[in-house]
Ligand binder design. Structure first.
Ligand code: PGA
Length: 256
């Protein structure tokens, strides 16, 4: 069975003291609910403090982004080996804010996915359509493009290590959540694509998180869907109590 994975994406929020307190509280929750994997992706400047708070606990930590290169003249960027050196397990790649606010292309994101594997990090690859794309019935075409290009050139072994986060852009930070049925449809579509790109066993292995206004009161129904294996949680992961409820509700949704 795929172990559910609930991960907080803190984006550009909190401060050092807040980050440490939130990490410590979330680590306690992770220790209490071991049937699910629990992670947080803090701002890069607080990674070290968060990793110290997570040390020796079940909480895993990831970066929110990284550059494709090993190092060099890229002012303001962070390289994979730096995230690895700090002790990160995961790195979020291709988040819609990176795609649509910072203009990252599928090709650039694909290079990052390969770089993540080169440096021993597991990518959380974000995919998802904008509102106008959903309205134009282009959801499958957009998701197909994000997944195909995001997985381009990956071996089966690498593909099995990728976590996909389906995050419809219209649901991110808007309070509008995809219904469990809407999300399940796209998750099943992604899994069917993975079966075509690789094989059925690989498709069954890959974890697909849902993201976009996940809250304590909608998590259980989302995770009760057969192809929803977790959540990437933005705003609601910034409050320790709320995120603890989300983790507990996620476990319940999976019958754990
Ligand atoms: P949200 O963000 O939960 O605040 O909608 C999710 C994300 O962008 O990963």
């Amino acid at each position: 069975m795929r172990k559910p994975f609930l991960c907080g994406n803190w984006k550009m929020n909190t401060n050092r003291a807040g980050a440490v307190a939130l990490a410590a509280a979330t680590a306690k929750t992770a220790g209490r609910i071991q049937a699910v994997e629990v992670g947080v992706c803090p701002p890069a400047c607080y990674l070290e403090a968060v990793l110290a708070a997570a040390k020796g606990t079940a909480l895993v930590v990831g970066g929110q982004n990284m550059h494709t290169d090993v190092g060099g003249a890229f002012t303001g960027e962070i390289a994979g080996p730096m995230l690895k050196d700090l002790g990160c397990t995961y790195v979020i790649l291709g988040h819609s804010e990176r795609r649509h606010v910072f203009g990252e292309t599928d090709e650039f994101i694909s290079k990052k996915v390969h770089a993540a594997f080169q440096f021993g990090l597991r990518p959380i690859l974000c995919v998802g359509e904008k509102l106008e794309e959903r309205q134009a019935r282009e959801t499958e075409a957009v998701v197909r493009r994000h997944v195909t290009r995001g997985f381009a050139g990956l071996s089966k072994e690498q593909a099995g290590q990728v976590v996909i986060a389906y995050e419809p852009v219209w649901a991110i930070g808007t309070g509008l959540t995809a219904t469990p049925q809407q999300a399940q449809e796209v998750h099943a579509f992604i899994r069917a694509m993975l079966a075509l790109l690789y094989d059925a066993a690989l498709a069954q292995q890959v974890r697909i998180q849902y993201g976009g206004s996940v809250k304590p009161d909608n998590t259980r129904d989302l995770l009760a869907q057969p192809d929803i294996d977790g959540a990437l949680v933005g705003g609601a992961s910034l409050k320790a109590d709320g995120f603890a409820t989300i983790i507990a509700e996620g476990a319940k949704g999976k019958g754990l």
